[in-house]
Design a protein around this ligand. Sequence first.
Ligand SMILES: NC(=O)c1ccc[n+]([C@@H]2O[C@H](COP(=O)([O-])OP(=O)(O)OC[C@H]3O[C@@H](n4cnc5c(N)ncnc54)[C@H](OP(=O)(O)O)[C@@H]3O)[C@@H](O)[C@H]2O)c1
Length: 281
Amino acid sequence: MHNKTVLITGGNAGIGKYTAIGLAKKGAHVSIVSRNIEKGQKAVDEVKLLSRSDQVDMLHADLSSFESVRSLAKQVQEKYPTLDVLINNAGAFFTDYEETGDGFERQWQINHLSGFLLTNLLLENIKKSDQGRIINVSSKGHYKGFLYFKDLNRSKKYIGLAAYAQSKLANVTFANDLARKLKETNVTANSLHPGVVKTAIGDKNNDSWVGLVWKIGKLFMISEEQGARTSIYLASDPKQSSVSGKYFDNCKQKEPNPYAKDERLMDKLWEISAEQTGLEH
Ligand SMILES: NC(=O)c1ccc[n+]([C@@H]2O[C@H](COP(=O)([O-])OP(=O)(O)OC[C@H]3O[C@@H](n4cnc5c(N)ncnc54)[C@H](OP(=O)(O)O)[C@@H]3O)[C@@H](O)[C@H]2O)c1
């Protein structure tokens, strides 16, 4: 990975941080995106220490704001005219309904819309790479997902887990659509399930039964380092250089939810995501 630049959203914690460590160890220049500057700087120091590399830096962005995503894209375009790997890893899980300042349900915007916008804004930079790679960190939960186009916010009858599964199905569908659109280019797009990983993602719901189940479940989950394996593999393995439009689990290709391969759904998701993010403007 020498002379390769990698951008990882949510790189200040959990799977993203260990993905950063793994790729920095392989010689990549790694830029992590963090919404909290102090936390991000601490993570940069830790990634540098554990990877024994000084090729690590941090960019600030809050993925619950499109303005912040646009400002992040501008910084990346200026700093890294060529981007080799983009890992859309940042994600959140919430049991309570809340809207962002842009008017979208939080999981829909943080887990899908912001990655959609960022990827599109950085496409020209990724195309400049000899072999660009886009990786969406989805979840096994996507199998239970359904894209409810009538109300993607799911505001009428909110169930946090269903909204999460929908956003994770969007991650796989979007990667498959990108692969289709980028077929004639040197850029690949894939998605993955990292495993069930001992991270803080379920801790942000302490007042619900989900938070409690997560706390107990952590005793049986794999480590963050293990959870980063598939992301690192897809970002760096030479054998994956021409593999595109696939879903991976434990570093192996797996059939995704058939909805994620439906071209009419891909078209619809793209159209709505472009409209909701204001991509053309
Ligand atoms: N853990 C699992 O078992 C599991 C299973 C399947 C899929 N995944 C997926 O793996 C990915 C990484 O999750 P994780 O388990 O490593 O969780 P995590 O430890 O909570 O890490 C999530 C990362 O996303 C960042 N993030 C959340 N909201 C953000 C926002 N508004 N703006 C910018 N960054 C934001 C977090 O920043 P803060 O530190 O500031 O919160 C953190 O860096 C997610 O996409 C998740 O859906 C995880």
